[in-house]
Ligand binder design. Structure first.
Ligand SMILES: CC(C)(COP(=O)(O)OP(=O)(O)OC[C@H]1O[C@@H](n2cnc3c(N)ncnc32)[C@H](O)[C@@H]1OP(=O)(O)O)[C@@H](O)C(=O)NCCC(=O)NCCS
Length: 203
């Protein structure tokens, strides 16, 4: 099952034009991953990542290459036995709108399905993109507290405007498990989106 995650897709055309190689990331991808992700982080669009963090989580990452160029990346990070996050999703500026992002999300969802997750979620500013990928908007408080650990070091911690979105993979299981999500879920944000540091500080 998990072995099905050795990726094929080499040379498959994207948008009718760009041959794309999709695969799990390797250590040699760390430098281009840092450049891509921190390029967007510099514009406040994504969370910055350090070399240490990417190295530590390299097995979460999948990459898409157009020839020698890193066209895009994304990561699947596990939080509970049934729930994972799609994060660090980025497509090179010059290759946006060619279906690269879609291909990466599909690859991460296939990985989540191989691990029999019930659902995946994302925190995002590009809700329409994720809607097109089968995600639906949810109250942030529906996600388990663990999912918020990155928020602690986010520059927008006190004024978060990201949208929480979920794609359910196993509807029956998910519906049964939902009440169990209450392993300290946060209350939904109110008003200006401020949250209480002491609550998060329990992480
Ligand atoms: C968001 C992002 C990953 C999308 O990647 P992409 O390769 O350009 O997207 P695709 O070409 O695969 O688009 C797939 C679909 O989503 C739509 N879409 C893509 N970006 C969109 C956007 N910003 N707003 C609305 N729709 C969008 C496309 O029109 C396409 O629609 P279709 O169903 O009609 O084909 C890319 O724009 C990006 O890297 N943005 C900066 C980093 C970022 O915001 N990452 C998300 C962090 S959660």
């Amino acid at each position: 099952m998990i072995s099905s995650l050795t990726y094929e897709s080499v040379g498959e055309p994207v948008g009718g034009a760009i041959p794309l190689e999709l695969r799990k990331a390797q250590m040699t991808d760390i430098a281009p991953l840092l450049t891509l992700i921190n390029g967007y982080a510099g514009k406040g669009i994504m969370l910055p990542r350090t070399e240490f963090e990417i190295s530590e989580n390299i097995r979460d990452f999948s990459v898409a290459y157009a020839g020698e160029k890193l066209a895009g990346c994304g990561a699947l990070h596990f939080y509970t036995p049934i729930l994972g996050e799609v994060r660090s999703l980025a497509v090179d500026e010059s290759l946006k709108a060619h279906g690269v992002g879609r291909r990466i999300v599909e690859m991460l969802v296939a990985e989540a399905q191989a691990y029999e997750l019930d659902a995946v979620f994302a925190f995002t500013y590009v809700a329409e993109f994720f809607r097109r990928m089968g995600f639906e908007e949810v109250e942030r408080g529906e996600l388990p507290l663990k999912a918020w650990k990155d928020c602690l070091r986010c520059p927008k911690f006190q004024c978060c405007d990201e949208i929480a979105m979920v794609r359910v993979l196993r509807p029956q299981h998910w519906e049964q498990a939902r009440p169990g999500l209450g392993d300290n879920p946060l209350p939904p944000f109110e008003g200006d989106g401020h949250i209480l540091l002491p609550i998060i500080g329990k992480l």
